[in-house]
Write a protein that binds this ligand. Structure first.
Ligand code: GAL
Length: 410
């Protein structure tokens, strides 16, 4: 009898262990941002039906809230099994230098990924010690969005330089239209990086992050002056708006333009059902044609992931052709994989893929590519100083102080 009970106990424990496989994925792709991740999770669940996936999201564009929550968990020894992290400095300068990630070189070799991901992107996720995450997408930061029909009604062409933009600004204001809509703080910083790229050009813009160009250099001070002129053409209720709500203003005809990453295309097409090129149009943000400001979301394997095997299988799906071509058409991004099937992508994404292949590439500040996170998070304060004082000089010296404090470029 005892034996039987024991056997039943062992069996039930065994069974419950077998059915309790779990995987926690952590990201900021909640709500409107969710459909692409949902598609990827569905694919994983179809391949690994025994695993219960916890899709842990913390709402807030650009991960401003999620990254803080993640930091608390990671430092508190409670990492998720896998988490969203930007390729580049956000991954390397935060988690890899702190020895919090597992080297995935073996997985890249096993899956043949060294031949299918662009070498520059592999560089962004690598150090001498290894390869540290699996990229799921390529987003473009420097895009200007508009509704072609509305521009026609307002008698306005798409500006190709900020000078041209400033010329149409007053005409739009005269018609009661917001020339350029911005939202909460990070979206304003997002606008700044596009303005700085236009003003400095790709070489000097890149030198800001390597420490070869000082923030107090007159050419950089001038970017703040130009930025101030552009900000005079924006709405004054910015701080209350999410990036989606800012995009809505363009779609609804309250604003003419929006400079936002191409997740805005994902939102307009996947969530709002607009047709690219008809209901909504796009162009490189003024003065940046021929330059692709790049960022890439990736997933990594933290040291101490509670469900390591399941996380590794998740990463296999993230890096697979099928996974990337399920995720990206919904997300508004292109697949990093060079063998991606462009036939599955809409007109905007096909044009993005062409630009990515032909344009000069530079890294985004706000989305973790170019500068370490410590600098990036302090940049919010620099922006506040500029918005409070309106002084380009004050912003420039504050940025330089933060660059020194955070040892930017070193
Ligand atoms: C970026 C991220 C995108 C998108 C965006 C808005 O940082 O890379 O995938 O989520 O934020 O939240």
């Amino acid at each position: 009898m005892r034996m039987k009970i024991l056997l039943a106990f062992v069996l039930s424990v065994g069974l419950s262990v077998a059915s309790a496989q779990e995987l926690e994925i952590f990201s900021w792709w909640a709500g409107d941002e969710g459909p692409a991740l949902d598609a990827l999770i569905e694919l994983y669940e179809a391949q690994y039906p025994n695993v219960v996936v916890e899709n842990a999201t913390v709402t807030g564009g650009a991960g401003v809230v999620a990254r803080a929550v993640l930091k608390t968990r990671m430092l508190g020894g409670q990492p998720p099994d896998s988490f969203q992290v930007h390729a580049g400095e956000e991954l390397i300068g935060t988690w890899v230098v702190a020895n919090r990630m597992e080297d995935l070189t073996w997985l890249f070799e096993e899956e043949g990924w060294l031949d299918v991901f662009p070498p520059d992107l592999i560089d962004l996720i690598s150090t001498d010690g290894g390869i540290w995450s699996v990229p799921v997408n390529i987003h473009r930061s420097n895009v200007m969005w508009f509704v072609p029909e509305n521009l026609e009604a307002w008698g306005v062409d798409v500006p190709t330089t900020w000078d041209e933009f400033l010329e149409v600004c007053s005409s739009l204001q005269g018609q009661g239209v917001t020339p350029l809509v911005v939202g909460e703080s990070w979206t304003v910083q997002h606008l700044w990086e596009s303005v700085a790229l236009a003003e400095l050009g790709p070489d000097a813009y890149g030198q800001l992050w390597t420490g070869d160009l000082s923030f107090t250099d007159p050419s950089v001070v001038a970017t703040w002056e130009r930025f101030g002129e552009v900000m005079d053409c924006t709405n004054d209720d910015a701080s209350g708006l999410s990036w989606q709500q800012a995009t809505d203003r363009v779609v609804d005809g309250d604003a003419a333009f929006n400079v936002m990453g191409d997740w805005a295309a994902g939102y307009m097409v996947t969530t709002l059902g607009l047709e690219p090129g008809v209901d909504m149009g796009w162009a490189a943000s003024p003065g940046t044609d021929g330059v692709f400001m790049v960022l890439s979301d990736s997933f990594g394997l933290p040291v101490g992931a509670p469900n390591r095997d399941e996380a590794i299988d998740w990463l296999r799906v993230v890096g697979s052709l099928e996974g990337q071509d399920a995720f990206n058409p919904l997300k508004g991004s292109i697949a990093p994989r060079l063998d991606s099937d462009l036939g599955r992508y809409n007109a905007y994404l096909q044009s993005a893929a062409e630009d990515f292949a032909n344009d000069r590439q530079v890294g985004s500040l706000v989305h973790g590519t170019a500068a370490k996170e410590s600098f990036m998070s302090e940049f919010a304060t620099v922006m506040e100083i500029f918005l409070d004082t309106g002084s380009a000089q004050a912003a420039a010296s504050a940025a330089e102080a933060v660059a020194i404090q955070t040892a930017l470029g070193r």
